[in-house]
Ligand binder design. Structure first.
Ligand SMILES: [Zn+2]
Length: 466
């Protein structure tokens, strides 16, 4: 929200009879602000987040949702919360379908025989026994596939070659990722045997990006995989010769019945209103290719470290509690977050006073966005001011709360976005290159510092964000 919006909101509320005039705003105590500043500066000298991230990515590594590795990660999280001295630590059950990657291979059969580097998309079904041998039907974008006649697609392997654009905000992801999410069902409805997409990623490495495919109920299920960016370029060049291009594609996966997993929760108890809490979210599952350092080990480490720094170093506990939720199975479709929102809606959702999520890698925070009651904007502005020395500005857009915490936003919880610089995020996202060496410990400290400011002030201010 901009200053102009704030003034408009204030003017509007005065016009409505002084609902939230300046005189009635619940003030933020100087003492709270001073403590937040001290904690922010301590965070800049503290490597707890990096140590947590190194521990998770080294001792557990990749942790595909519903796999034994996700269960190990959940045990890791419970043990860490207890070791760090969180007041309450518990698990809430989540049922998660169990998808397993077995093998994948692709070759150009003609005109220029050669292997291609691919990865099966998450939740992809297998190709029929013996694989698929078929001609390629090339579309530049998902929209082109949508517009195509079934006769162009039937019996073929669809290839969508759209390239994701690089932006600091990650704005290139939304338009590009439709090919991954919705491409398979669209192609299958038109009779395709399988689908290959260009990786949804901004790198030039020969490492394909996985990610979930969303099969629609009313469409047949066909195997889906992503080519690395250089392999997609190669296939486009081969198609450019104008000859018939035939591929061999084999994908083997399994999908088993849902198994019981958990959202793991650690809470720091508030001093005056312990039954109200600020929510810090992230997800504990990762894809199976890398070690899930940036997606989303970083978010796990940042939020755990921020809450822990407050409980260890604040002169007194903030008024309200701080609830750190490590969601299960985000990558398979926000499964943990959806089940959490369902379980708490109509029960204690009103005690979730505000929340945010760290799930955009390990780049520095550069902007703060919010979706709160106008009478709480002065508190968010103060948070942004305290984050100013960290390089953070007030964002000129509403917050949505991130993929998981956004599910709580949908059922009425106010949210903030601590927007991170995602310029390089999609070079690594969902690839084998998502490993600890890509994380800058200094940027991780900066993230914790920003989260500490938000968390402490939100928990200690007595007013409402709703
Ligand atoms: Zn993520």
């Amino acid at each position: 929200m901009t200053m102009k919006n704030i003034l408009t909101a204030a003017a509007l509320s005065m016009a409505l009879g002084g609902m939230a005039t300046a005189a009635e705003l619940v003030p933020l105590a100087d003492e709270s602000v001073e403590t937040a500043k001290v904690l922010r500066d301590k965070a800049l000298e503290n490597d707890e987040a990096y140590e947590l991230l190194a521990s998770l990515t080294t001792e557990v590594g990749a942790r595909l949702a519903a796999s034994p590795k996700e269960a190990e990660a959940q045990a890791w999280a419970v043990a860490k919360f207890l070791e760090l001295g969180f007041d309450r630590v518990w698990k809430e059950p989540v049922m998660v379908p169990k998808w397993t990657r077995l093998s994948e291979s692709a070759h150009v059969a003609e005109p220029f025989a050669q292997p291609l580097t691919i990865t099966a998309l998450g939740k992809s079904v297998s190709t029929p026994e013996g694989g698929v041998q078929a001609e390629v039907a090339h579309f530049a974008t998902f929209e082109d596939l949508k517009a195509a006649d079934a006769s162009e697609v039937e019996g073929k392997i669809v290839f969508i070659s759209n390239r994701m654009e690089r932006f600091k905000t990650g704005a290139g992801y939304g338009p590009a990722v439709r090919a991954r999410g919705a491409g398979a069902s669209e192609a299958a409805r038109k009779g395709a045997k399988a689908i290959l997409i260009r990786s949804i990623g901004t790198d030039t490495h020969r490492l394909p990006h996985t990610g979930g495919v969303n099969y629609e109920e009313d469409a047949p299920k066909i195997a889906a995989a992503a080519l690395s960016n250089p392999d997609a370029d190669q296939l486009v060049r081969i198609l450019g010769y104008g000859e018939t291009v035939r591929l061999d594609l084999t994908i083997q996966t399994t999908m088993e019945e849902p198994v019981e997993m958990f959202n793991v929760i650690g809470e720091v108890t508030g001093s005056e209103a312990p039954d109200e809490f600020v929510v810090l979210g992230s997800h504990l599952d990762s894809w199976d290719l890398g070690t899930g350092a940036i997606d989303d080990g970083a978010g796990v480490a940042i939020t755990m470290a921020a809450a822990n720094l407050i409980q260890d170093m604040a002169p007194k506990r903030p008024r309200r509690s701080i609830r750190v939720i490590l969601f299960s199975a985000e990558e398979l479709g926000l499964i943990g977050a959806r089940q959490y929102a369902e379980a708490h809606e109509g029960k204690d959702i009103d005690k979730h006073i505000i929340g945010g999520e760290s799930d955009f890698g390990a780049g520095p925070v550069w902007a703060l966005a919010s979706t709160v009651n106008p009478a709480a904007l002065h508190v968010v502005d103060k948070m942004a001011a305290l984050m100013g020395p960290l390089g953070v500005v007030r964002a000129d857009r509403k917050a949505y709360g991130g993929p998981d915490v956004g599910q709580l936003g949908k059922v009425g919880m106010p949210v903030v976005d601590l927007m991170q610089d995602g310029t390089d995020y999609f070079d690594l996202h969902h690839t084998a290159d998502d490993t600890l060496d890509k994380v800058d410990p200094v940027a991780l400290r900066q993230n914790v510092a920003a989260w500490v400011v938000f968390t402490y002030l939100a928990a200690d201010w007595p007013g409402t964000f709703r």
